[in-house]
Design a binder for this molecule. Structure first.
Ligand SMILES: [Fe+2]
Ligand SMILES: [Fe+2]
Length: 212
């Protein structure tokens, strides 16, 4: 299994990492953030055409808005015209993704692709970029996650990627569908509604991968 520790974050992101650390006083959240960045680099090893700096930027900023109060989300919405949908408001856990994307774009001048990956990291979305897919998966499987479903997903991911003649993009797609199914089952078991973007993400993948 891939060892996260052998990875080093790009040196050009030292300033960004320090800034995230400053803005993220919750130590556990910061450790999760760094672990997501390492996990992204582990998964990226199976792809030749990927910008690792952009990928790590998305990872470092993905939870920048996590833990904000509803008042702070309202303020950000007013400031940046985020435009939360009725579905977002029904799923507050999703709001940090859209707010985080806006903060990344406006306050850290990230690319559209990085901001989009941050916006999609909780729900998934149709037609995700490679950066978006890797971030979505890394956020679920990174090593500080304690739930057995996350550990199992990580084991299965790297077992599949390390098989000879594996198709890494197909494996990412299958992993995303599996994570959405697991998350949806959990959400429904607590009487909440699954966000439509997750359903659209799964539908898009299945439609474009007719052999599943
Ligand atoms: Fe998140
Ligand atoms: Fe996260």
């Amino acid at each position: 299994m891939t060892d996260q520790k052998k990875h080093v974050l790009p040196s050009s992101l030292k300033g960004l990492t320090d800034e995230i650390s400053r803005r993220m006083p919750d130590k556990t959240r910061f450790e999760h953030t760094i672990s997501v960045a390492y996990e992204c680099l582990s998964i990226a090893e199976y792809f030749t055409h990927i910008d690792k700096v952009e990928l790590c930027k998305a990872a470092l900023l993905h939870d920048i808005a996590k833990g904000l109060s509803s008042k702070e989300f309202e303020e950000l919405d007013r400031k940046y015209s985020i435009g939360f949908t009725v579905h977002d408001l029904e799923a507050p856990a999703v709001m940090h993704a859209k707010a985080g994307a806006m903060i990344a774009s406006r306050e850290f001048s990230t690319s559209v692709e990085v901001a989009k990956a941050i916006a999609e990291h909780t729900t998934g979305a149709p037609d995700m970029s490679l950066i978006s897919k890797i971030l979505f998966i890394a956020d679920y499987v990174e090593v500080t996650r304690k739930w057995e479903s996350c550990k199992q997903a990580r084991r299965e991911l790297y077992l599949a990627l390390e098989k000879e003649d594996s198709d890494p993009m197909l494996i990412l797609d299958l992993t995303i569908v599996s994570i959405i199914d697991k998350t949806a089952a959990h959400i429904e078991s607590t009487g909440r509604k699954v966000h439509p973007d997750s359903l659209l993400c799964k539908e898009f993948i299945l439609k474009n991968r007719k052999s599943y």
